[in-house]
Each structure stands twice: as C-alpha cells, then as structure tokens.
Design a protein around this ligand. Structure first.
Ligand SMILES: [Zn+2]
Length: 142
C-alpha cells in the first residue's frame, strides 16, 4: 500500500521515543488530541508494523563488566538513535500471509483491536483459515 504517516502518527512516535512508558493520557495531554484518537493511531502504527515494541533503553554505564558474568561489551555500547520521521516517509507494507509486497489496494481484515493487511483476498482467506482458533479466542476476549 505503502502507508503514509500523518503528522499525528509522527508526533506519537516522537513522543514515545522520548519516553516509551508514557500513557495514552499523557500523550493526549501533550499533543492536545483526545485519548481515543491517540490510542487508535498508536494501534494502527503497531498493526502496520512500524512500532515493533516499546523497550527499555539500558544505561550501559550501570553494567559491571568485571562481574563474574561476562557480558560481551561491544553490543551493549551501541546506542540506539531515535528515528526521525517525516510525512515524506511512507511505511512499506508486506502481506501478513505471504510476506509479499502490498499494492495500492490492500485487503484488510479487522478483528478485536487488530488489523491485518494482505496483498489479495485469497491471502486474507487463507490467513483466516490458518488462524481461525486464535482469531476466535481473541474476539471472545475483547
Ligand atoms: Zn499475500
């Protein structure tokens, strides 16, 4: 499809890059946008796969490398830079079933809070069939 980021999407990502533990309410106050709208956009960024996870940033200075557990130093010292996003950047989307690229018209399947994107209707049907049990239990839980 490629998904085009809106200014709000970018504001949410930037806000979470500052502090991933922020609540939706905090972001809502910060950006002066309603909490449900923030939640909706956040969920979509997760669904399209841009936000992979919210993870802690480790202060490597706190690690004692001389301790008995030998930690490989090289990896820990790489600092993960914040990603600068702009509305010119679009997010590449791949089919959730066959991993192929998604064209202009994606097939979208929504259930519970989740959205899955497919390159064609047959991938969508095959996905539904494959994950039938999981999908049904997620719908029941929501
Ligand atoms: Zn596909």
């Amino acid at each position: 499809m490629p998904y085009s980021l809106s200014k709000l999407d970018i504001a949410i990502v930037n806000s979470l890059q500052e502090d991933g533990r922020k609540s939706f309410r905090q972001i809502s106050r910060e950006l002066k946008i309603s909490t449900p709208t923030i939640k909706f956009h956040y969920q979509r960024l997760v669904n399209i796969g841009l936000i992979k996870s919210i993870s802690p940033i480790i202060d490597t200075n706190k690690l004692d490398y001389d301790s008995k557990l030998k930690i490989e130093k090289c990896h820990c010292e790489t600092k993960v830079p914040n990603v600068n996003l702009s509305t010119d950047v679009s997010v590449k989307m791949i089919c959730d079933y066959c991993d192929g690229p998604i064209g202009v018209k994606p097939s979208i399947f929504k259930f519970a809070k989740i959205e899955r994107f497919f390159c064609c209707t047959s991938c969508k049907s095959l996905y539904k069939e494959k994950y039938k049990g999981r999908i049904e239990s997620l719908i029941r839980k929501s």
